[in-house]
Design a protein around this ligand. Structure first.
Ligand code: NAI
Ligand code: MG
Length: 500
């Protein structure tokens, strides 16, 4: 299914895809300084979906200049907190009004089922902006009683201000293109920062659509600049730019480390949301139906292309066969196909590179003795489809158990008791999320305390909310997204001390 069928379904989407998409700098849609463009592909066919301006260092420079000017001298910082909140809320309303277009763009550009984009990506993005709109008026400081031992008798009035960090560079991945843009832009705008956003080269379209609505909502020029382009050029230039005060990144741990190095030039602030290899633990006293469905969806949601995917399935020995066969049954029934097909439950992976990466992991697992009891191969005559896969006969040393695959592949392993399980579950460089399935509430909360993860889900998985902080322990990242925690990434504290 390519653009022709889109035209039949939604002419607004077709017309968006027809024209080469430009980048948003200082409130204007412009071509790249170099004049270059790059293709975005439909991963269900491998065909070109749209053509997009290819930003690099020169465009990043212009975008950072615009963001700097908007921060230092534009109307943005003079707005009241309430006005800023209303703009963000208006943006949420506009996204909602264009929800169908976003769902189509997301499905076409990323490959995910249209039904999933409609149910999850778009409403979550709307909710995030609404939640953040409410924070603009609540970024309060404190008043602080001072004792100052070396000025006896003196009186002071002291307080703190929470101020925006300034110009922010935001680099986002392709797994939830619109939602990741929302997670990044929402708190930055709520805090009063200005932004240069670089979407992933695989999925630039929904962020560019969002740019149109940012203008329509009435954000002053230069507050949000959107520069599509490749990571090694545009992304690297943004991370290294000396006039950027903070960089926020979501993507691979490998690139996260490059971002940290790039930030040393001006010691800009860095927040990182990186990879994961999350343990999902099923005890024999769990509600089996719920645990089996949950274990399946924890890994197969978004084709396993989730940083928090439940990719290491640890099952108590007594119920290992039952759970693993149950998950395999679910895997075999998942209908894999193009995202726009109403019957599709799982679409293609995002790119040929991602498909090849996942297939290399499968081969590595097989060569080390793992066995697939569901899936195990790529599928389809065209496009980047991989079967939902359940691996058994795996052990903690295998690459498929240690490394992030970022595809629909779960490795299942038995365990005998929690004392044995906890160190195994924690034996990983990542610490993003974990799942626990049990009817014993004490055990559940003890596990929540012991697992080294930024999020622990109990008898549920992949539950996201704008109010719930999300982020990683260990090499899964620095800082938190969402909740009020994320505002710490975008504000800095000023202490004011007056002698009175
Ligand atoms: P990536 O980390 O290369 O890409 C993420 C973003 O970083 C993109 O916008 C990209 O253009 C940008 N980028 C790449 N190199 C950069 C550089 N040197 N400087 C600045 N920005 C740069 O991830 P990729 O290659 O798309 O996927 C590889 C693996 O990364 C996946 O298999 C998965 O394991 C992991 N990943 C994790 C994500 C997460 O949500 N934590 C999202 C995407 C990928
Ligand atoms: Mg694409």
């Amino acid at each position: 299914m390519g653009t022709i069928s889109v035209a039949q379904v939604d002419p607004r989407v077709a017309s968006f895809l027809e024209k080469p998409r430009k980048m948003l700098i200082n409130g204007n849609w412009v071509d790249a300084v170099s004049g270059k463009t790059f293709p975005s592909y439909d991963p269900s066919t491998g065909e070109v979906l749209a053509t997009v301006a290819e930003g690099d260092r020169a465009d990043i420079d212009l975008a950072v200049k615009a963001a700097r000017q908007a921060f230092d001298s534009g109307p943005w910082r003079k707005m009241s907190a309430s006005e800023r909140g209303r703009l963000i809320w208006k943006l949420a309303d506009l996204i909602e009004a264009h929800a169908e277009e976003f769902a189509y763009l997301e499905s076409l550009d990323n490959g995910k089922p249209l039904t999933v984009a409609r149910a999850a990506d778009v409403p979550l993005a709307v909710d995030l902006f609404r939640y953040m709109a409410g924070w603009t008026t609540k970024l309060e400081g404190n008043t602080i009683p001072l004792s100052v031992p070396y000025t006896p008798g003196a009186k002071y009035f002291s307080y703190t201000l929470r101020e925006p960090v300034g110009v922010v560079g935001q680099i986002i991945p392709w797994n939830f293109p619109l939602l990741m843009a929302a997670w990044k832009l929402g708190p930055a705008l709520a805090s009063g920062c200005t932004v240069v956003l670089k979407p992933a080269e695989q999925t630039p379209l929904s962020a560019l659509k969002l740019g149109e609505l940012i203008i329509e909502a009435g954000f002053p020029e230069g507050v949000v600049n959107i520069v599509p382009g490749y990571g090694e050029t545009a992304g690297a230039a943004l991370a290294a730019h000396n006039d950027v005060d903070k960089v926020a990144f979501t993507g691979s741990t490998e690139v996260g480390k490059l971002i940290v190095h790039a930030a040393t030039g001006n010691l800009k602030r860095v927040s990182l949301e990186l990879g994961g290899k999350s343990p999902n633990v099923v005890f024999k006293d769990a509600d089996m139906d719920v645990a089996i469905s949950g274990a399946a969806s924890s890994i197969f949601f978004n084709h396993g292309q989730c940083c928090c995917a439940g990719s290491r399935l640890y099952v108590e020995k007594a119920v290992f066969d039952q759970v693993v066969e149950g998950v395999a049954e679910k895997a075999k029934k998942i209908r894999v196909g193009p995202g726009l097909d109403a019957n599709t439950q799982m679409g293609p992976l995002v790119s040929v590179e991602q498909m090849d990466r996942v297939c290399r992991y499968l081969e590595s697992g097989f060569s080390q003795g793992a066995k697939a009891i569901a899936g195990g191969h790529k599928t389809g005559e065209k496009g980047y489809f991989v079967e939902p896969t359940v691996l058994v006969d795996t052990n903690d040393q295998m690459k498929v158990v240690q490394e992030e695959i970022f595809g629909p592949v779960v490795a299942a392993m038995p365990f005998t008791d929690p004392e044995e399980l906890v160190p195994r579950a924690n034996d990983n460089v990542y610490g993003l999320a974990a799942g626990v399935w049990t009817r014993d509430i004490s055990k559940a909360h003890r596990m929540a305390e012991q697992l080294q993860a930024g999020t622990v889900w109990i008898n549920c998985y992949n539950i996201f909310d704008a109010a719930l902080p999300f982020g990683g322990y260990k090499q899964s990242g620095w800082g938190r997204e969402m909740g009020h925690d994320v505002l710490n990434n975008y504000t800095q504290t000023k202490a004011v001390c007056a002698r009175i």
